[in-house]
Design a protein around this ligand. Structure first.
Ligand code: NFS
Ligand code: SF4
Length: 625
């Protein structure tokens, strides 16, 4: 028998979400919230991380009565192995996305595509110089070829270390070298994680955890960083601009196309096709006032950062956006796309279109978008959406609100430009205590948590304490809808932030991009540490993922900790079945890498924990309160 889902009031802090959940229930459409109710309570063994399915002598479950699996593995070994594989999954997601951008660069270099080009030549040259490639007096194509080959090699096993370790402070690199944590090739670390966790390999939980950290570092300083940097090279480095967010960005009188997933390789082409004059004319002939492209999740962040395309919502808004009844097409690439979207789209005239062979959805319309055919495929997709406009049932359309303004586009390059060409003014503002520190709030929604309640509350609590907040991923829309991503939000900040952000005309919460763009935050931390000649762990900074759900978010958290950044999670990963692993994550890592995780569901307390940490780090640097 179906279990009762929670009352709508408890599911989200947003009116647009609540209105659409009510509409879904009235129309008999099931969402993530009903499915969560059916799945609750969850398996206790799985929650604790003490189940193992790594061989067919099992599966095994560990408890006080049965302390070892058939092979003899205990709870510590099993929890560490499961966590290691979880991290490998997340690192693989971000990194394989990064690899796809190298392949687009390759197609550009080899003349296989006209749809993509090198947009930011200066950035390409800067990346080349940073990674030891000769730039002076060489053709751009030759420089690009070397960059491409170097990045491809970063995925393999021939390197001692990945290229972007050139950005890491020496003290941090020494720590990694001492622990055997220096990330080599991205694919190598992921494959080795799978190898180590095969039955009969790495049966020492702390040792497995060290490799999990190494794997995550290959994502943060490797796959993700390559993804971010090459996206900037190909589509342009973001600059500050205004846009809008919430379900109100969906327009009743236009053909609405939502892009969802992660990689700008697809969404940029959909946007280009939607601007094609012939297609716009066709849409108008069919009675629409144009074609409206809006974003969901991280590919939305990519388009928002570079093109100012509005954001319809984050993870828990993806189903609800379709329920407006005004969406002609949802076009997806990969990651964080609930398979339920196919069923929900099927309840309306909405076409659900997948575009990647590695992320196909039963029941979807499939297009294979490759560099050589991208724009032509995108035009066909946009054409399908336009034709769908006539099928829309006006009686079922409900767009529940007006959009709110947001400011976006804070790449490190843009921040440095705004500061007059160097990080010095930022360093001075930190030294003076106007900006006491900085915390990146990143990651997801999770239906176990009232949507965006923690994401928003933590940001508000931190800026009150003059702690600058950087947001990425799904926290972007949360902060935006709460009015935190506009310059006026300084009214909610402490006096120091109000002064600095007010003078610069920027919000106290800066949108730093998608989830792979957490690499931008790593780069900023490294640059600050280098400017002060200290390690990243000496900085008054922190990271948080309050409402996280995904393997990728766990990988981000772990590479932050392994990079020396004190990191908060709103709820624990499935590790509590092992004291060894839990203690290592929440305290033991401090002695090894100079930072730990902390788990705290209360955001006021979380902000106080960050405050304490920042005070201590400021003191360590000889800075006043
Ligand atoms: Ni990050 Fe982006 Fe959102 Fe979470 Fe998913 S979209 S990569 S994993 S849910 S922030
Ligand atoms: Fe059980 Fe060991 Fe096989 Fe895991 S690897 S399923 S604990 S026998």
């Amino acid at each position: 028998m179906a279990k009762e889902p929670k009352p709508i009031e408890e599911l989200s802090i947003w009116d647009d979400a609540k209105a659409m959940i009510a509409k879904a229930r009235a129309e008999g459409i099931e969402t993530v919230h009903e499915r969560l109710a059916q799945q609750t309570p969850h398996c206790k063994f799985c929650e604790l991380g003490t189940t193992c399915r790594n061989c067919t002598m099992g599966p095994c479950r560990i408890s006080a009565k049965m302390p070892r699996g058939v092979c003899g593995a205990d709870a510590d070994v099993i929890v560490a192995r499961n966590f290691g594989r979880f991290i490998a999954g997340g690192s693989a997601g971000h990194s394989d996305h990064g690899r796809d951008l190298i392949e687009v660069l390759e197609a550009i270099i080899e003349g296989e595509t006209k749809d993509y080009k090198i947009t930011d030549e200066a950035k390409l040259k800067a990346l080349a110089a940073e990674t030891g490639i000769e730039v002076e007096g060489r053709e751009l194509k030759d420089v690009a070829t070397d960059v491409m080959e170097n990045f491809f090699a970063d995925f393999g096993s021939r390197k001692k270390e990945i290229s972007f370790l050139s950005r890491v402070p020496q003290k941090r690199k020494d720590i990694w070298a001492k622990l055997g944590m220096t990330p080599r090739g991205v694919d190598r670390e992921i494959a080795e994680m799978m190898h180590r966790t095969h039955m009969g390999c790495d049966n020492d939980a702390p040792n497995t955890m060290i490799h999990a950290a190494r794997t995550s570092l290959s994502d943060g300083w490797g796959g993700s960083m390559i993804g971010t940097e090459l996206s900037d090279v190909i589509f342009g480095t973001p600059t500050p601009k205004m846009s809008t967010a919430n379900l109100g960005v969906i327009k009743e009188d236009k053909v609405n196309i939502l892009v969802h997933g992660h990689n700008p390789v697809v969404s940029e082409m959909i946007l280009a096709a939607a601007r094609d004059p012939e297609l716009v004319e066709k849409a108008e002939k069919l009675g629409a006032k144009g074609i409206n492209v809006a974003g969901l999740c991280c590919t939305g962040n990519e388009l928002l950062m570079r093109q100012g395309i509005p954001m319809a919502g984050n993870h828990l808004m993806t189903e609800l956006a379709i329920i407006t009844g005004a969406v002609e097409a949802v076009v997806v690439d990969y990651q964080c796309i609930m398979p339920s979207l196919v069923q929900i789209a099927g309840c309306y005239h909405t076409k659900f279109i997948d575009t990647a062979n590695k992320a196909r959805f039963s029941g979807a319309i499939h297009f294979d978008i490759e560099p050589h055919n991208a724009l032509q495929q995108a035009k066909e997709i946009v054409n399908l959406a336009i034709e769908g406009f006539a099928e829309r049932d006006a009686g079922r359309v409900d767009i529940p609100c007006e959009p709110v303004e947001i400011m976006t586009g804070f790449s490190n390059e843009a921040v440095i430009a705004a500061l007059g060409g160097s990080l010095d003014p930022l360093v001075q503002a930190i030294a003076a205590g106007d900006i006491r520190g900085a915390v990146g709030i990143v990651g997801c929604n999770n239906p176990k948590i009232k949507q965006d309640s923690m994401n928003v509350e933590l940001a508000k609590e931190l800026i009150k304490k003059d702690i600058l907040v950087l947001v990425t991923g799904c926290v972007t829309t949360a902060a935006g809808k709460a009015g935190l991503l506009v310059p006026d939000a300084i009214e909610m900040a402490g006096p120091g932030l109000k002064k600095v952000c007010g003078a610069l005309g920027i919000p106290p919460v800066l949108h730093y991009g998608s989830c792979v763009d957490n690499a931008r935050i790593l780069q900023l931390c490294a640059a600050l540490a280098n400017a002060l000649n200290v390690d990243i762990s000496d900085l008054p900074v922190g990271a948080s993922s309050p409402e996280w759900y995904s393997e990728k978010a766990a990988a981000i958290g772990l590479y932050a900790v392994a990079s020396g950044i004190y990191t908060h999670l709103g709820h624990p990963p499935n590790i509590l079945g092992s004291e060894v692993v839990t203690d290592l994550a929440t305290s033991g890592l401090e002695d090894l890498v100079g930072a730990t995780f902390f788990i705290e569901p209360d955001m006021v307390k979380t902000a106080e924990m960050f405050d304490e940490r920042i005070k201590a780090k400021r003191k360590g640097l000889g800075l006043s309160e």
